[in-house]
Design a protein around this ligand. Structure first.
Ligand code: UD2
Length: 361
């Protein structure tokens, strides 16, 4: 059960008190009482809220008050970028979420621009947390049109932060990017690594992150920034010329076309499956984490190795062609994930298995 500041205050002052750990029979009793006059899924949400905090309903009136509040208060988590690769998985994994995106999809209830009139778009909702995953994500596009890039990634973020400030949204999770680091100066890359973005995209993501953290300091919003490394999932669109290497290689291998490696293929990346990124974002949400968190696996894989795995999974006789290195490509990259682990993150990515499961079944 989500909470807003108002809701928490009411709970603390009028309805519940902290008690020593309750035994299981007490939980069962509370649940049974509620189910006699409340829908089962609401009861489950209520219990999910009460139990981890070890809160106790201590009279019938208190219970009725809390239930009334649950009915009356429609608290939601806003997920921006809900039609995108990560946003769509977040919509599946985060309870009580409402999706917003400029592109319509099954995951998106509010079709609209993060730079638009949010008061109007979100009028029907009581938002108590925002996961901001909407962004202009193409490095190449950001070089071609830096104004469009910063308009989305900086001004769009500020517009959301202003909404959060005015509406007492208690929590804001910003989805950043490993692109903010630029060329690694040491490995693994930890969160304190110097930030020298090599593209307008990297700079706009860093600026959006800094604005988010600043709003946290200025207005008491709990702000966490998650910095994914190279995310992969079946929902990355290979037809997009700016798509990631995994979806491009998979698509070409399936069609029996040779894979093209830019440079000698010894460059490395930290490929993290989208479920791990969702895992860390949910942990940050649940634990009301603040600060910045790398999200990767802590392991590096070379592009040569990746190509070999994908060719062997495809079962096709596909060759590899080596081309000129891509301008501005970084050589090696993998994340230090100590900080994420401190809040309970356990990466589950197994590159070969995940590639098989996602693409070759
Ligand atoms: C990813 C992100 C970028 C940014 C950055 C942060 C994508 C598409 N890009 O860039 O937005 O967040 O990470 O560090 O997710 N390659 C080939 N052949 C191909 C395609 C790629 O050899 O057909 C190479 C490419 O030159 C690079 C590596 O594969 O060395 C990874 O390329 P990428 O575009 O998937 O990701 P990256 O890390 O450059």
């Amino acid at each position: 059960m989500p909470e807003s500041r108002g809701y928490t205050i009411q709970l603390e002052h009028t309805c519940v008190r902290k008690t020593p750990p309750l035994d299981r029979s007490h939980y069962i009793l509370v649940g049974a009482c509620l189910e006699s006059f409340l829908k089962k899924d609401v009861v489950t949400e209520f219990l999910d809220y009460i139990f981890p905090k070890n809160l106790c309903i201590h009279s019938h009136n208190h219970m009725v008050n809390v239930i009334t509040m649950i009915y009356l208060t429609h608290l939601m988590i806003l997920i921006t970028g809900s039609s995108g690769q990560l946003g769509s998985y977040l919509m599946e994994g985060v309870k009580n979420s409402v999706g917003m995106d400029i592109i319509p999809s099954n995951y998106t209830e509010i079709v609209g621009d993060i730079r638009g009139d949010l008061e109007n778009m979100l009028g029907d909702y009581e938002i108590n947390a925002i996961i901001h995953a909407a962004a202009q994500v193409s490095v190449v596009k950001s070089v071609e049109n830096p104004k469009f890039d910063s308009d989305n990634n900086v001004m769009g973020t500020i517009n959301l932060l202003e909404y959060a400030r005015k509406h007492d949204v208690g929590q804001f999770i910003y989805i950043s990017s490993a692109a903010i680091y630029g060329e690694p100066q040491y490995l693994p890359i930890d969160e304190d690594h110097p930030k020298q973005p090599k593209s307008p995209y990297g700079l706009s993501k860093l600026t959006g992150e800094r604005y988010s953290l600043l709003y946290g300091e200025l207005y008491g919003i709990k702000v966490a920034s998650v910095r994914p490394f190279n995310i992969f999932s079946p929902r990355q669109d290979p037809s997009n010329p700016y798509s990631g290497v995994i979806s491009i290689f998979v698509d070409r291998a399936k069609k029996g076309k040779e894979l093209i490696i830019y440079g000698d293929g010894t460059q490395t990346r930290d490929f993290v499956n989208v479920h791990d990124v969702v895992q860390l974002i949910k942990l940050a949400l649940e634990k009301k984490a603040e600060g910045v968190y790398n999200c990767g696996t802590g392991r590096e894989t070379s592009i040569n190795e990746l190509a070999r795995i994908i060719i062997s999974l495809s079962g096709k006789d596909v060759g590899i062609k080596y081309g000129a290195p891509r301008a501005g490509d970084i050589k090696r990259s993998y994340a230090d994930i100590k900080r994420a682990k401190e809040i309970g993150y356990v990466p589950t990515t197994n590159l070969k298995e995940d590639l098989r499961r996602f693409f070759f079944r």
